[in-house]
Design a protein around this ligand. Structure first.
Ligand code: DUC
Ligand code: ZN
Ligand code: ZN
Ligand code: ZN
Length: 483
């Protein structure tokens, strides 16, 4: 059985050309003209692109006294509906819980996935057990470790723990990720706001100004440099953090930044909405920023100082958000976006001329495949690659509405926005999973994608220059110790 995607324009991170794509056994086997197959998908007028990879999701995650509402079933359906064919979710041990124990939980949940997936492992506490288990986690194909510099008293790790874990990552050839916000300052600002009676969702944004993100990003970059390891900064939302990443990259440090589609397209005026639910539904960390910060993020994507667009999909229902009535610090943090990432980025990025179609592919798929060392199995339209493909119709449009979404929640932060550039077809390892909005995906079809360390190219500047290597000085004499 073979499938041919016919008559489209193939767009990859570096090329755009006319061609048919033939698929067999879940893989691309041939690219050329006038190809034939058992099943033919008409791609005329469309772009044939590598399916999106969302490097940052939280499906069915225990968090802030509840569980995020989308699981591997609804979450990966949402992904496919929007042209995303792989998600990387965070296995999250609660402090004190072993990494392998948490991994077992995520293995169990992910059996429902409709598309392929991988995991990052979170380091939420530090011990000899964590140190030891990190090796086993890498051996099981998980080569990225996430660290929360915020959520004090819960998930946050301190600088000594960060440094220890980053050094362990360096030994294992793994890449550390950081949620960069200064958790101590956030805790102080939150307490102050609450004490002053400022308990609504708008206070959430005041408790996490751009400075807390800029400070933590700078700190994480310097700690990574001293540990001799590259660094991936998740959900870069502001110029302060972006500036730190730009500066590090210019100095030769291997630092990647990931803006979210929400931060690129929604701003902090959402928190001024008089409807409590409206504002609370948009409470996430980091919070939405003003237009100047958004411009910085768009510029970073165009210039290459920011590498991947993600969602941090962590969806909570309105009822769950209401846990925080009277105390904004109890509003579960998170927003959805899995189904909307590609159409929103196409509409506000490519259709406006801010990004080229090739840049679109790079930031939604290829760049993260390279960083995660799964390229060209993922993130490519090449013979031999997995047939994870989105056939994007630039003229197909819709108005985003919670009524028609795959996500299990009762609203959508992009509600009412018109998007243009929707999938005509989405294929997951060759299986047609979406046809013009109609789902034909299959629960359990998704497979775990194991990864291996990327190798010596992923070295931080300090380690190859040996800037930190101590040299003992041979002295001519050593005085008796003083009293
Ligand atoms: N931020 C969120 O908004 N939700 C999940 C975790 C995070 O860091
Ligand atoms: Zn985070
Ligand atoms: Zn996250
Ligand atoms: Zn299947």
């Amino acid at each position: 059985m073979s499938t041919v995607i016919k008559g489209g324009t193939i767009v990859t991170a570096d090329l755009s050309y006319e061609g048919d794509v033939r698929i067999e056994g879940g893989r691309i086997v041939e690219i050329g003209a006038n190809l034939t197959g058992d099943e033919v998908l008409d791609a005329s007028g469309c772009y044939v692109m590598p399916g999106g990879i969302d490097p940052h999701t939280h499906l069915e995650m225990p968090f802030m006294g509840t569980y995020s509402a989308d699981d591997f079933d609804s979450g990966t359906r949402a992904a496919l509906a929007g042209g995303t064919t792989m998600v990387v979710d965070f296995a999250l041990p609660s402090p004190g819980q072993g990494l392998l124990d948490a991994l077992q939980m995520w293995d169990n949940k992910s059996t429902r996935a409709h598309c392929d997936y991988s995991f990052h492992m979170a380091v939420t506490w530090w011990s000899e057990q964590v140190f030891n288990e990190m090796k086993e986690v890498v051996d099981r194909g998980i080569t990225t470790f996430k660290h929360f510099m915020a959520y004090k008293g819960a998930l946050m790790v301190n600088d000594d723990e960060l440094f220890a874990s980053f050094q362990r990552c360096a030994e294992l050839g793994a890449i550390p990720l950081v949620h960069a916000e200064n958790g101590d300052v956030v805790a102080e600002l939150s307490a102050k706001l609450l004490a002053a009676g400022n308990n609504g969702p708008e206070a959430h944004a005041y408790s996490r100004p751009p400075q807390v993100e800029g400070e933590a990003t700078n700190r994480a970059i310097m700690i990574a440099d001293m540990a001799g390891v590259p660094l991936y900064v998740v959900h870069v939302s502001c110029e302060e953090s972006h500036e730190a990443i730009r500066r590090a990259r210019q100095a030769g440090k291997r630092v990647w930044g990931e803006p979210l589609i929400q931060h690129l397209t929604l701003d902090d005026s959402e928190y001024a909405n008089p409807d409590w639910d409206h504002a609370a539904r948009r409470v996430m960390s980091p919070p939405f920023r003003n237009k100047a910060h958004q411009d910085s993020l768009w510029a970073g994507l165009a210039a290459g100082s920011l590498s991947c667009v993600a969602t941090d999909h962590c969806a909570f229902t309105t009822d769950q958000k209401r846990y925080g009535v009277g105390d904004f610090t109890k509003i579960p943090n998170g927003t959805g976006g899995l189904e909307d990432r590609l159409p929103m980025l196409w509409t506000q990025g490519v259709a406006t001329g801010r990004l080229t179609p090739q840049e679109f592919v790079a930031v939604t798929s290829t760049n993260i495949a390279k960083i995660l060392n799964i390229y060209p199995r993922k993130g490519a339209i090449l013979a031999g690659a997995d047939a994870d493909i989105v056939v994007l119709d630039p003229n197909r449009e819709k108005v985003i509405s919670a009524k028609t979404q795959q996500s299990a929640i009762d609203y959508n932060v992009f509600e009412g926005m018109t998007v243009k550039g929707l999938p005509r077809f989405v294929l997951s390892r060759g299986k047609v999973s979406v046809t013009e909005g109609a789902m034909s995906s299959e629960e359990g079809h998704g497979q775990f994608v194991a990864r291996t360390p990327a190798g010596p190219v992923n070295k931080a500047l300090s380690s190859w220059k040996e800037l930190t290597a101590p040299r003992k000085v041979e002295r001519t004499g050593i005085p008796a110790s003083g009293v």
